[in-house]
Design a binder for this molecule. Sequence first.
Ligand SMILES: [Fe+2]
Length: 284
Amino acid sequence: MGADSTILDAPPPGAAADWTVPQAWAGYTAEEHAVWDHLFARQSAMLRGRVVPDFVAGLDMLRMSKPGIPDFEELSARLMAATGWRVVAVPGLVPDAIFFEHLANRRFVAGRFIRRADQIDYLQEPDVFHDVFGHVPLLAQPVFADYMQAYGEGGLRAMRHGAIDRLARLYWYTVEFGLIRTGEALSLYGAGIVSSFGESTFALDDPSPHRIGFDLKRVMRTRYRIDDYQQNYFVIDSFDDLLRQTLEADFAPLYADLAGAPDIDPGILLESDQIFSRGTQRHT
Ligand SMILES: [Fe+2]
């Protein structure tokens, strides 16, 4: 799903030095393609009117010449023409340095396996549906595409400052679980939300979570949970604003500032927060 650390410290057998593997598209079964088609249809219907319009436009990128799971070669050729990104397959979670290096070079690493039909709504590790349906549409959006590269470059810097945990929170609360203002309303854009049937309702409509205005330092101080829906979501004004804040952040002084700042638990509000909706926190 992101900058998670991994148990392995060398590429597994069959993987290249940069941890990539062939997608082996021809090896997918009809059943696996059917799982993709089912999830694609259900989730694109669910997201109508709930997701940022850029994502809907980007979904066209995934409508391939062959049905079923997208062939990364064809997908990458399209994405390359749009924003210069490619999608490469990896065998599972990769080390932080490898992950950041790929992003900094406009390569998005994706799992190639797909969940089984009996795991439609529950999955521990990101599969090709999460990685491709969730992430690729916004990689076709030029500003978001730049943000993802900036994140990868920021990751390589954060490693030198021993600040990976801080930076991982930025990824979590934007790329995976971000909300965005669209006029007076809020919309979804985070891949962890848009690829989840349950959370794509919860994040927008449920009274439980807090919805808080995005602030870079605040986000970097906020812990997150990986075992349930989020207790707080952060709302950006626009992709332009997110990119600008990230690029303008001078990371060395930023991390020095944060060194003395305590972490914030999920579900906690601060007086300085810009609150879009104060949650009941009933769902915990
Ligand atoms: Fe992800």
